[in-house]
Design a protein. Structure first.
Length: 94
């Protein structure tokens, strides 16, 4: 399927539907440390309360981010959270 073709005064151009790191998030879900796999692989995790953040990355490895500040958005491709998180009020964005 080809990209949509639009026309302007300067000529034809296409709109890319590819997901890039600067694309807006399309959804979010609350995530709980030590719970089951997150419904969608995250593009980022918002931390409402600061502390360490331990995630299971898309490739299965564990990523540990110490001393994450409250209100941070961590750009990580996570499939689950480890049970050893001090960060709270976590929201997975995809």
């Amino acid at each position: 399927m080809s990209e949509p073709l639009l026309y302007s005064a300067k000529g034809a151009f296409t709109i890319s539907t590819a997901l890039t790191s600067t694309s807006p998030f399309k959804g979010s879900t609350a995530v709980v440390a030590g719970s089951s796999i997150i419904a969608s692989v995250t593009r980022a995790i918002y931390t409402g309360g600061g502390g360490s953040l331990a995630v299971i990355m898309r490739d299965g490895s564990t990523g540990i981010f110490p001393a994450v500040a409250a209100g941070s958005i961590m750009e990580v491709r996570a499939i689950a959270l480890s049970s050893s998180n001090a960060a709270t009020s976590l929201v997975g964005m995809y």
